[in-house]
Every structure is written in structure tokens, then in C-alpha cells.
Design a protein around this ligand. Structure first.
Ligand SMILES: [Zn+2]
Length: 386
């Protein structure tokens, strides 16, 4: 990973490059950044720069043997430590070493934009917690006394240090505090509140800010070769999280379909309160519910969550907070159309009806009744618009 391909501000890269140039390298650093920021890539770029045999002023050379090994994440002095758990393959006593090749494949496939939930799902450990456990810490300590292969730095990158098992941490503290010569620890985390204070106090903080909309937009346009307009739309609703943005792009067809369904739902509901019976299209509405219900429960719930997001945006429009609206260009048109009907006076009842519907779906209620009931309730609340 080269610095030039990392999606963070230039000043942050420069700060790390200067640490190396001025030989002010801290032996334990914490790269802290929100989900969907490029912190993992930044940490690897930093490690690669440290080990590069022909460092430039701004970046690693990309071609020396060390850089080539880094491009495959197979440098012998670069150790990846990450949460793991018992799986079908490893039935007991798991440790990170047993999953290293899967983890490297995962990183490369995800373009260094990795997320713990995705990793857990891949391990097959759904509903299970993954941890950096005591065996992992023992491995690090055992390796720490061995000299590096290249004679240069030995680097340990601990991903999601929030997942360091509390009883395993004390093992690591002494090593973090007094590592062997030329050993570095790079810790990566998303939420400092969940990191043990004893770990936090032993590291130098490198704070990675949330990605801005423009960066997400240009990256999406470049990677997927999509129009600037579409990239802007996705960046708008991705909440500064590039992993989110990619998922939205991949599910874009679904997003459009949910907008169409929402629009139909609201048109029918509004026609209903205006007594415009021809436009209520009740039979078509029931067909639409059947389409939604034919999905798994998760799909049904995501449609209702989509409604909640749209209602929230409509309220923002009506309370002069348009700058806070997160919506695509097409969504904004529908938000505008529905805006006369959503007010502070009825929004909480509408939200509650949506949340109730999600609750009933989770409790295996009759989905057909749940959606019809939700429609009738929302229609009723829309009447109390003034
Ligand atoms: Zn190099």
C-alpha cells in the first residue's frame, strides 16, 4: 500500500512520513478512526514506508523486494494480529496464526476497507464474538524475542484492539512498554471508549478523521466508473463511511426499488386522506406489500428502516434543516412531494408505528397484517398534519 492510494488528508500522511525521516518513531502507536475510514490502509502504508529499501520523499518506492512483499502482505517482519474465534475449521484453541491466509485474502479483496462485522461473517462466527485472545498475546511475546528477518524493523499490527480480551491484555502490557529493539506496535481501533485504559496510556495517538463527501464521491466514480452524479448521490447518504458507500453502490438496484415502493405507499396514503379514491390503488398496494413480504424478514425490516430514513429527511426539510438531509437526487424529489404531510405534530406517532412494525416482524407476526396495519396507521397520522 502506497501513501498515494490512501484516502486520508495529505497532512496526516506528511506527519507520519516526517516521523520516519526525523527518526522519531514511537514504538507503540494507536491508529484511531471511525468505521469506513482508511485507517488500515494508512497503517500498512506507514509500515511499508518504514521498511522500504529505497524510500522517496513522499512515498515508498513500490518496487524494492520489501515493497513487493508488502503488496502481498507477506513481509516476514510484518505480523497481522486480528480477532478470531472457534470455527468449523478450527474447533478449539483458535489463534490468529490459523487464519492469517484468510485474513490476507479478505484485506486484498476488500481493498483494505475492512469491517469487523464482515470479517466475523466470513469466519462463520455469526452471533459469536471474536477476540484477540491470550494465545494470540503469547504468540506475540514469543516472537518478540526473535530477531527480524531483514535486520530492520519488526512490526506488529493489531487490528481492532477493542477486541483484545481483557484477561489477555496484561500479558501484552510489558511488551508494549519495553519492546525489543526495533520492534513496533501499530494498534488499530474505531472507538477509544472500548480500549483498555492501560493500553491507551501506552500508545501514541494517530487520529484519522471521518472521510469527507468529496473524497468518497471521487473514489467511487474512479473505482466503479460511474457518473459523478450517481457517486455524489451515494456519498451523500454514506455518512462518511466508505464501506457503507460501497455497499450502497452494490445494492443500488434495491435502493431504487425501495424508493419506488415508498413513493407508491405515500401516494396511495395521501390520495386516501384527500378522498381521491381512484388514486388510492388499493389492489396494487396489496400487490406491493406481497412483493415486500415475499422477502426474508431482514428484507421486510430494511424497507421499514428505509421509510424511517425518508420520514426523518422530510421532517428535516420542514424544519428548515435541509442541509442535514441525506438523500439521493431522486429521493429528494419524493421528499419534496411528501413534505406537506409530515410535521412535528405527527412524526413521533409515525416513527412509533414503523418501529412497532419492525418489532412485530422480529416476533414472527403475520407480515401481511403488519404492513396493512402500518399503512392504515400512517394514513391516519398524515391527516393530523396541522
Ligand atoms: Zn520500496
Amino acid at each position: 500500500m502506497l501513501f498515494k492510494d490512501v484516502l486520508v488528508e495529505e497532512s496526516l500522511k506528511r506527519q507520519l512520513i516526517n516521523l520516519v525521516k526525523e527518526n522519531r518513531i514511537s514504538h507503540a502507536q494507536l491508529f484511531l478512526g471511525p468505521p469506513g475510514s482508511h485507517k488500515f490502509a494508512l497503517a500498512v502504508a506507514y509500515a511499508q514506508y518504514l521498511c522500504c529499501e529505497n524510500r522517496g520523499d513522499d512515498d515508498s518506492c513500490g518496487v524494492c523486494p520489501s515493497c513487493v512483499q508488502f503488496s502481498k502482505l507477506s513481509h516476514p517482519d510484518f505480523h497481522l494480529i486480528f480477532p478470531n474465534c472457534v470455527t468449523k475449521k478450527v474447533k478449539k484453541d483458535p489463534d490468529y496464526k490459523q487464519f492469517t491466509s484468510e485474513f490476507i485474502d479478505f484485506i486484498l479483496q476488500q481493498d483494505y476497507q475492512i469491517d469487523l462485522n464482515d470479517w466475523n461473517a466470513l469466519l462463520g462466527g455469526e452471533n459469536k464474538q471474536t477476540f484477540i485472545n491470550a494465545r494470540d498475546c503469547s504468540n506475540i511475546i514469543a516472537q518478540n524475542s526473535i530477531r527480524s528477518y531483514s535486520g530492520g524493523y519488526k512490526i506488529y499490527l493489531l487490528w481492532m484492539v477493542e477486541k483484545l480480551y481483557p484477561s489477555a491484555a496484561p500479558k501484552l502490557l510489558k511488551t508494549l512498554e519495553e519492546p525489543e529493539n526495533k520492534t513496533l506496535f501499530i494498534l488499530i481501533a474505531e472507538n477509544s471508549d472500548n480500549i483498555l485504559p492501560t493500553i491507551l496510556s501506552r500508545t501514541q495517538l494517530v487520529k484519522i478523521p471521518v472521510l469527507n463527501k468529496d473524497t468518497i464521491q471521487s473514489q467511487l466514480a474512479k473505482k466503479y466508473n460511474i457518473s459523478e452524479e450517481m457517486a455524489a448521490d451515494i456519498a451523500e447518504i454514506a455518512d462518511g463511511n466508505y464501506i457503507n458507500a460501497q455497499k450502497i453502490y452494490q445494492d443500488n438496484g434495491e435502493l431504487k426499488e425501495m424508493l419506488r415502493q415508498f413513493h407508491f405507499f405515500m401516494d396511495s396514503s395521501i390520495a386516501n386522506i384527500n378522498n381521491d379514491l381512484e388514486k388510492v390503488k388499493f389492489i396494487e398496494l396489496l400487490d406491493l406489500f406481497n412483493t415486500i413480504i415475499s422477502q426474508e424478514r431482514e428484507g421486510q425490516k430494511s424497507f421499514i428502516r428505509y421509510m424511517i430514513r425518508m420520514f426523518r429527511n422530510i421532517l428535516l426539510l420542514n424544519t428548515n434543516n435541509s442541509a442535514l438531509i441525506k438523500a439521493t437526487t431522486d429521493e429528494k424529489k419524493v421528499i419534496q412531494l411528501c413534505s406537506p404531510y409530515i410535521r412535528l405534530q405527527n412524526i413521533s406517532s409515525i416513527m412509533e408505528a414503523c418501529n412497532q412494525a419492525i418489532y412485530h416482524i422480529e416476533r414472527n407476526g403475520n407480515s401481511s397484517l403488519i404492513f396493512t396495519d402500518l399503512y392504515l396507521k400512517i394514513t391516519d397520522y398524515l391527516k393530523t398534519k396541522k
